[in-house]
Design a protein around this ligand. Structure first.
Ligand SMILES: [Zn+2]
Length: 48
């Protein structure tokens, strides 16, 4: 009915994503994580 595209799974809507590492950001110590459910990407500093 509405043209709403925010068709996220309920867990993602409340901020619980199923993050999985998919890549490294080139030239930085950051990893790129992506949610298996909604596709949201997140960059995480992998500092030691
Ligand atoms: Zn998600």
């Amino acid at each position: 009915m509405s043209g709403d595209k925010t068709n996220k799974p309920i867990l993602c809507r409340i901020g619980i994503h199923k993050l999985r590492r998919v890549d490294w950001e080139e030239g930085t110590p950051r990893a790129i994580y992506k949610c298996d459910r909604c596709g949201k990407q997140k960059r995480v500093m992998m500092g030691m």
